[in-house]
Design a binder for this molecule. Structure first.
Ligand code: GDP
Ligand code: ZN
Length: 362
């Protein structure tokens, strides 16, 4: 694996300089599970952990590496392992606000993504508002969004929908594809240039896996380039989180990115936790917090073992996450608008100044 193929460029090169004379090499995080990382390096694929010093210096959650991050490692290729000593700055960040041990923190889901395919289905799933939210999330992250409308084979007026999307959302290309029929995938492949990292975002069932498979092509799958696909399983198959395409280009497909749909809109929340919402509807009080209230259907279900405590916790966390996110996105949008406005004002003042110097205006 050479570094450029993995997405290495001058930006990272520059920030790696302090590590150059420490006998460390660059590595890209391909996967993370319970503080154990799989990294790609020039010395191949290694299993890595952060050093004690790194852990000690980390202020919060976002100081730890995530999928897509570039890190500085001490490699032990003979053991196929490495120790992570430093994290390079991120060019883009997909994150969520998570409540960990009672503290609100930024949790980075994926880093250094250049392009993000926002996938929707042209069947019943199509929802312009949701696409707008995805576009906001993408711009916030620092990645460039591309709108991908899949399942074109199930839609009669693809052209007018594309027109509607492009008219509503300025400056973002929209492409119609049918992953199943392998139609329209070539323009998508063109985004997969060597060293560029693409991620896919979209509700479950819109066809993200089918698109990735379609772009890879059957032959490549059969050669075993991505073993995990054989099982047809969902994201329980872990090694596929960072896929290096044979002709260049990297696709990141992590469970965390897939979860963005859940906290990107409340609709997603209720469809994923429909059973819990249904239970909540049976509580005696409408505003039940499912804590100590009498006749709480959720507490009853937990006590009877009908509802898994872990799932209930995730539900509560996601609900909180949604509220934080809604707040944070508003603030971000406001800040961005304020900046854009300031820029316009100062441009206007400069123009005016020039005209005054030329004596055109007073
Ligand atoms: P994911 O959850 O986003 O990864 O979605 P999958 O790739 O697993 O696809 C969900 C379902 O949609 C599968 O049954 C696919 O066969 C189907 N599907 C994917 N792409 C298309 C398409 O272009 N047209 C049609 N008709 N079905 C599709
Ligand atoms: Zn309750």
């Amino acid at each position: 694996m050479d570094l450029e193929t993995l997405g290495w460029n001058r930006f990272f090169q520059q920030h790696f300089e302090p590590f150059n004379d420490q006998n460390l090499i660059p590595a890209r995080i391909a996967r993370e599970h319970k503080n154990i990382y799989v990294v790609y390096t020039e010395a191949g694929q290694l299993t890595a952990k952060v050093s004690g010093r790194f852990r000690h210096d980390a202020q919060d959650y976002s100081d730890f590496p995530s999928v897509g991050d570039w890190v500085a490692v001490k490699a032990r290729p003979e053991e196929e392992s490495a120790t992570i000593h430093g994290l390079l700055p991120r060019k883009s960040t997909f994150s969520r606000t998570a409540v960990l041990a009672g503290k609100t923190e930024e949790q980075v889901l994926a880093a250094n993504i250049d392009m993000v395919f926002l996938v929707s289905g042209l069947d019943g799933d199509f929802n312009l508002r949701r696409i707008e939210r995805y576009v906001t999330i993408a711009w916030d992250s620092g990645a460039t969004p591309v709108i991908v409308l899949n399942k074109a084979d199930l839609c009669d007026d693809v052209d007018s929908i594309i027109e509607e999307v492009e008219a509503t959302i300025f400056g973002v290309s929209a492409l119609a594809v049918s992953a199943e029929k392998k139609e329209g995938l070539d323009p998508l492949r063109e985004y997969l240039t060597p060293g560029k990292t693409v991620a896919l975002l979209g509700s479950s069932g819109v066809g993200k896996s089918t698109i990735i498979n379609g772009m890879l092509g059957f032959e490549q799958l059969r050669t075993g380039a991505v073993r995990a696909y054989d099982s047809k399983g969902k994201h329980t198959t872990t090694y596929r989180e960072m896929i290096l395409f044979p002709n260049g280009g990297i696709v990141i497909d992590t469970p965390g990115m897939r979860e963005i749909e859940i906290w990107a809109d409340e609709e997603g929340l209720s469809s994923t936790f429909g059973d819990i919402e249904a239970l909540a509807g049976q509580c005696r009080f409408n505003d039940c917090r499912h804590d100590n209230e009498p006749d709480c259907a959720i507490q009853d279900a937990l006590a009877d073992g009908d509802l898994d405590a872990g799932r209930f916790q995730s539900y509560i966390k996601l609900q909180r996450g949604l509220r934080h996110l809604a707040l944070r996105q508003d603030q971000k949008v406001q800040r961005r608008e304020a900046r854009a406005w300031q820029k316009k004002v100062s441009q206007f003042q400069k123009e005016r100044q020039k005209l005054m110097e030329k004596g055109i205006v007073q």
